[in-house]
Design a protein around this ligand. Structure first.
Ligand code: ATP
Length: 138
C-alpha cells in the first residue's frame, strides 16, 4: 500500500486538521488538484470550496475552506485558510442565519451596503450548508 501524506489545515485561530492521510483533493484557483505522497512541490492559491481527503483508514472526509493557500511537498500538504471547518463541525443553523443576513443585505440595495462583502458572506454560507448537508459535496 502507498505511504500516507501529512495534511495540515490551519486558520489564524486554530489547527483544523493535522493527520496522516492517503490523498488530498483541494479547490485550487486554477482548478481542483489531488496530492499523493511524492508529489512535486508546488504552491497555489485556493478558492472557496471543499478540501476532501481520505484518512489513514480510507474514510472520505470533507473540510469547508473559505479560500487561502496550499503548499504541497512530497510528504506534506499545508493549507492556510481564512476560515475552515470539518464537515461535522459546521453549525448549519449559524450558516442559515448568515445566509439570510447576506440575502437581506443584497436585496436592500442600499448605498452603504458593501456588495462584495455581502456576496462573499452569501457564498460562504451557501457552501457551508452544502458541505454540512451533503456527504458527497465536491
Ligand atoms: P458568520 O456571519 O456566521 O460569522 P462568516 O462567514 O462571516 O459567518 P467567517 O468569517 O468565515 O464567518 O468565520 C469566522 C469564524 O467562525 C471562523 O473560525 C469559522 O470557522 C467560524 N464559523 C463561521 N461560520 C461557521 C459555521 N456555520 N459553523 C462553524 N463554524 C463557523
Amino acid at each position: 500500500m502507498a505511504e500516507n501524506i501529512r495534511l495540515e489545515v490551519v486558520t489564524p485561530q486554530k489547527s483544523v486538521v493535522s493527520e496522516d492521510v492517503q490523498i488530498v483533493v483541494a479547490p485550487g484557483t486554477m482548478g481542483e488538484f489531488g496530492v499523493l505522497v511524492g508529489h512535486t512541490p508546488f504552491l497555489t492559491t485556493l478558492k472557496l470550496g471543499t478540501v476532501r481527503y481520505k484518512d489513514a483508514g480510507g474514510t472520505e472526509r470533507y473540510i469547508f475552506v473559505s479560500g487561502g493557500f496550499a503548499e504541497a511537498l512530497p510528504d506534506k500538504v499545508t493549507i492556510l485558510a481564512e476560515s475552515a471547518e470539518r464537515r461535522t463541525d459546521i453549525d448549519a443553523e449559524r450558516a442559515r442565519t448568515a445566509l439570510e443576513r447576506a440575502q437581506q443585505r443584497l436585496a436592500e440595495k442600499r448605498d452603504d451596503i458593501d456588495f462584495v462583502r455581502a456576496r462573499a458572506a452569501l457564498e460562504r454560507a451557501m457552501h457551508r450548508l452544502s458541505v454540512a448537508e451533503t456527504r458527497k459535496t465536491m
